[in-house]
Design a protein around this ligand. Structure first.
Ligand code: SF4
Ligand code: SF4
Length: 440
């Protein structure tokens, strides 16, 4: 059977070496540092002081308004600092550091059960904000805002994104295999909030086992279906999902809600399904640790705030390690400060070796006008032209005539370029320049 997909895109080597690795718990580090800004929106406000004892799951920071989330103690222990820490972008950011007590257990005592069936849609939105949930697929957009689009938009379809199309990443796959009932519970909650008539769980053909399991788990609710799409990068992008599943395009500069759709990452949905009824804040997340630079790759439930260097030590950082990435190699972020803590938005830690890095990189040559980049761009931009304009700093033209801001930085064009031109990096810089000019 021909599987649905979008046009263009690329097929990087999957390298999903951890797809059979069951999720295991990670131990507590000596110190856990919770960043107050680990989401898109206003930073949370600390409500604890140095020396205060806290219980695992206890609220340690309050949301600062609607575009913010509260944060919770990832371990029982004592607050050792309310100060600043370097985040993954290398920027000092406000944080709370907790020293877990030596015998601190991983059971959460600080929770307040909720009867979610009795809550109204608005109360459910508040409850999602109260557990501090953000999009766990990497974007870290506040989940309660995403699930409550403007009142003038009618939502018909909720798409659950289980594509996990980046190479190496398998955390979503494992969550679907190990927690299908949480995915279904989360979907029912979000259907109630959004008023959507149906939910489609979308995954790729390399995760047929998860699709079968979820179809079985959803069989009693005719509103929920499962779609297996072709394995292709970047199938998990929101705009490509709506195109592949519904044949609808999100308008340029618009949101899925403009065409009656809400899209959410599957692990976010599963965590809502698990945490909301228990009234627990999010204090840990499932992460894939992979790449030739670690000797013990796998999928782990890691406490929020765990320092990266502790994760790498436990994962067996070896002498092949050359680059550490938060997220996948296509859209992830290279991290240079190993003391930076794990946040809700970290889907994976990929440690690449020299040979893994060499694939797709090399000496930069002049553009040979081969149009490979044009044929790979999933949203049909002209990366070659955009690249030429970027080199000449003609940023306004890039925006006005070649839709620079439609580029969602998937990296497909850079990946296929035989001249190794760093197109996506050039587009990121161009966007930054345009934004900083606009903000004066
Ligand atoms: S990085 Fe941007 S221009 Fe390049 S393929 Fe992806 S969406 Fe297209
Ligand atoms: S793929 Fe590279 S060499 Fe080919 S047209 Fe695009 S930018 Fe030029």
């Amino acid at each position: 059977m021909r599987l649905r997909t979008f046009s263009h895109g690329v097929h990087p080597a999957e390298a999903k070496i951890t797809s059979d690795a069951k999720i295991r718990r990670f131990p507590f580090a000596n110190e856990l540092t919770v960043l107050l800004s680990q989401h898109i929106g206003r930073p949370a406000k600390a409500i604890v002081f140095k020396g205060q004892e806290v219980v695992r799951g206890e609220r340690i920071a309050e949301a600062d308004g609607r575009m913010s989330i509260p944060l919770f103690a990832p371990a029982t222990g004592v607050v050792s600092e309310v100060g600043e820490t370097i985040n993954a972008d290398g920027v000092m950011t406000p944080s709370i550091t907790i020293k877990p007590f030596p015998a601190s257990e991983q059971i959460v005592h600080h929770k307040k059960a909720l009867d979610v069936d009795k809550l109204t849609p608005d109360e459910l939105v508040s409850a999602i904000q109260n557990i501090g949930m953000v999009g766990l697929g990497g974007a870290a957009f506040t989940a309660h805002v995403k699930f409550s689009p403007p009142k003038d938009k009618t939502i018909e379809t909720f798409i659950v994104n289980g594509c996990e199309c980046e190479p190496y990443l398998t955390a979503d796959h494992r969550v679907m295999l190990e927690h299908p009932e949480d995915v279904i519970s989360g979907i029912k909650i979000i259907l109630k909030i959004t008023g959507a008539d149906r939910a489609i769980i979308a995954t790729e053909s390399n995760k047929q086992d998860a699709a079968d399991l979820l179809a079985e788990a959803a069989k009693d609710d005719e509103r929920i279906s499962v779609e297996v799409l072709k394995t292709k990068y970047p199938q998990g992008a929101e705009k490509l999902l709506t195109r592949a599943l519904l044949g609808k395009d999100v308008p340029s500069g618009g949101l899925p809600a403009d065409i009656g759709v809400v899209v959410s990452n599957v692990t976010t949905v599963a965590e809502i399904g698990a945490l909301l009824p228990m009234g627990c804040g999010i204090i840990e997340r499932v992460i894939t640790i992979s790449g030739q630079g670690v000797s013990k790759p796998g999928n782990f439930r890691v406490p929020i705030g765990t320092p990266l260097e502790f994760v790498l030590e436990k994962a067996g950082l070896n002498d092949q390690a050359r680059q550490v990435i938060f997220g996948g190699p296509m859209m992830g972020k290279s991290v240079s400060y190993l003391g930076t803590p794990i946040t809700e938005g970290v889907t994976s830690i990929v440690v690449l070796s020299e040979s893994e890095l060499a694939a797709g990189t090399g000496k930069i040559h002049a553009c040979i006008q081969c149009a490979e980049c044009v044929s790979s761009c999933p949203i049909h931009l002209n990366p070659s032209k955009l690249g030429r304009l970027a080199r000449k700093s003609r940023f306004d033209e890039m925006v006005e005539e070649y839709n620079l801001f439609d580029c969602f930085e998937c990296g497909s064009c850079s990946y296929v370029c035989p001249s190794h031109i760093p197109l996506v990096q050039m587009f990121r810089i161009a966007k930054k320049v345009v934004r900083s000019k606009a903000s004066g």
